[in-house]
Design a protein around this ligand. Structure first.
Ligand code: FES
Length: 133
């Protein structure tokens, strides 16, 4: 059995949304201390919707594939929906990751969360909107 699904290989070899957004509305960065991999997410946000997203990942194949898939999953989505994206959903969209590589999808989920929190830190009134439902 192949170690990685075809989708993982596809997103690793041909990652979507790689790069930097120069005047991003929010930036998130996370790292995994164990493997040393780092992920940075840039968001463009308009009216609480993610209109553009780019990422830079200095890490393993699964981390690159996970961030690529995660950006595809949140692009065009409202912040509230992006905030709820789980690492399991990212891994499932990639047709699975080996167990010992699940933490790579966690990195993608955390990078998005970190970027959204950066946005709410800059716009506290928006966070309030969220919690008020
Ligand atoms: Fe570190 Fe994959 S081994 S994110």
């Amino acid at each position: 059995m192949a170690l990685y699904s075809e989708k993982v290989m596809d997103h690793f070899r041909n990652p979507r949304n790689v790069g930097v957004i120069e005047n991003a509305d929010a930036v998130g960065e996370v790292g995994n201390l164990k493997c040393g991999d780092i992920m940075r997410m840039y968001l463009k946000i308009d009216d609480d919707t993610i209109t553009d997203v780019k990422f830079e990942t200095f890490g393993c194949a699964s981390a690159i594939a996970s961030s690529s898939m995660a950006t595809e999953l949140i692009k065009g989505k409202p912040l509230s929906e992006a905030m709820e994206l789980t690492n399991q959903a990212v891994a499932e969209s990639l047709d699975g990751l080996p167990d010992y590589k699940m933490h790579c999808s966690v990195l993608a989920q955390e990078a998005i969360e970190s970027a959204i929190n950066d946005y709410y830190d800059k716009h506290p009134e928006k966070r309030k909107d969220q919690t008020d439902g």
